[in-house]
Design a protein around this ligand. Structure first.
Ligand SMILES: Cc1cc2nc3c(=O)[nH]c(=O)nc-3n(C[C@H](O)[C@H](O)[C@H](O)COP(=O)(O)OP(=O)(O)OC[C@H]3O[C@@H](n4cnc5c(N)ncnc54)[C@H](O)[C@@H]3O)c2cc1C
Length: 327
């Protein structure tokens, strides 16, 4: 099948037929997978095709052979994602078990696959007497998401504790990169968008396991009191602008508790948006934009989305997948 044909085709079945022709593929391919089931907000349309690579070599094989016309999107645990109701065109890649290893190395180092949940990194480090990674106890994402977002909390961020990463690019080439080339800034990674992180090497320091575990307990307790962590949310919606706290600007603009349909600004922490039941992606996004406009009008500050918004809106003309957002 030629690349031109691929660009013309619109159904997930066709794309999955194409990728199924990759004879040595070991990972799983599925079309029309509901992304609402894979994100914290529980909203959004389907992935045209969802690919779960078996391991890094399988991922590299896939990327090297899928025509450049097919859009590729990678997701982690979906804790920082707002997927639009029309779903995501092309292939969505979600790393699974093949990227789930943790190894302790000499010199207070920990190596973790990109699918490992951050909280497991914190626990494994504590068990091994490695201090400096306990802040991951409070971030409900995966290592891959932390690398892309420069995830941070409680005074530390990913760029301070990662020393090296492995990644695969859109052509299927594997890279080993030192942290210095990743262009990290506050909740930002400057590495090329097409890089899919597969592994990270973390550097900690000597610590007492009991003390680290106590620190992690404190973090968990603090989170329960300060954030709606049991809700359908995407965490902090907006980045803190230089010199401000986003939540204070949102509060001052009168947005605490504001709602559109079933989407609501959290009463507990007003930089969090919440899906109170069956909100749509469109309602959550409109609520976020309303908050941005009100903050701009009140304080003159433009809030920048921290949450990543992915995919297509569900519009009259978009029969892309033929599914309702709540379907
Ligand atoms: C209750 C709650 C509390 C939160 N608290 C914090 C906090 O304290 N600090 C903080 O920083 N964040 C916080 N977050 C946000 C979120 O947990 C982080 O941004 C996290 O790092 C996202 O990881 P994820 O695996 O869920 O990634 P996803 O949300 O699935 O994706 C986020 C981004 O990472 C990219 N990505 C994911 N995996 C890979 C990969 N393997 N290679 C390349 N790119 C990848 C995606 O394309 C997307 O752009 C919170 C979220 C919630 C719901």
């Amino acid at each position: 099948m030629s690349s031109a044909n691929v660009a013309d085709e619109s159904t997930g079945r066709r794309v999955s037929e194409l990728v199924a022709r990759l004879p040595d593929l070991r990972g799983r391919l599925k079309s029309g997978v509901a992304l609402a089931d894979l994100t914290w907000f529980r909203v959004g349309g389907p992935a045209q095709v969802l690919y779960t690579p078996a391991d890094e070599a399988d991922l590299a094989y896939f990327l090297a052979r899928v025509p450049a016309e097919i859009p590729i999107t990678v997701i982690g645990l979906g804790s920082n994602l707002l997927v639009r109701d029309g779903g995501i065109e092309g292939v969505v890649i979600r790393l699974g078990r093949g990227f789930g290893e943790i190894t302790i190395e000499e010199g207070y180092r920990l190596r973790a696959g990109a699918a490992v949940p951050d909280v497991k990194v914190a626990r494994a480090a504590a068990d091994a007497g490695i201090a400096g990674l306990s802040f991951y106890r409070g971030i409900p994402g995966s290592v891959g998401g932390a690398l892309r977002m420069n995830g941070g909390a409680h005074g530390r961020e990913t760029k301070e504790v990662v020393i090296e990463v492995r990644a695969v690019d859109r052509q299927g080439r594997i890279h080993v990169l030192p942290v210095q080339v990743l262009g990290y800034a506050y909740r930002h990674c400057g590495a090329s968008d097409d890089l899919i992180f597969t592994e990270a090497l973390f550097q900690g320091e000597a610590g007492d396991p009991a003390r680290i575990l106590a620190e992690m307990d404190d973090i968990a307790t603090y989170r329960e009191q300060a954030q709606p962590i049991k809700s359908r949310t995407g965490g902090s919606t907006f980045k803190n602008p230089e010199g401000y706290k986003a939540w204070q600007l949102i509060d001052a603009a009168g947005c605490r508790g504001l709602s559109i349909g079933n989407a609501k600004v959290s009463e507990m922490h007003c930089n969090f948006l919440i899906n109170e039941g069956n909100a749509t992606g469109a309602e959550l996004e409109e609520l976020g934009e309303t908050v941005r406009a009100r903050v701009k009008a009140k304080s003159g500050v433009e809030l920048e989305w921290e949450i990543k918004r992915l995919g297509e809106p569900l519009e009259a003309g978009n029969t892309f997948f033929g599914k309702s957002p709540r379907g």
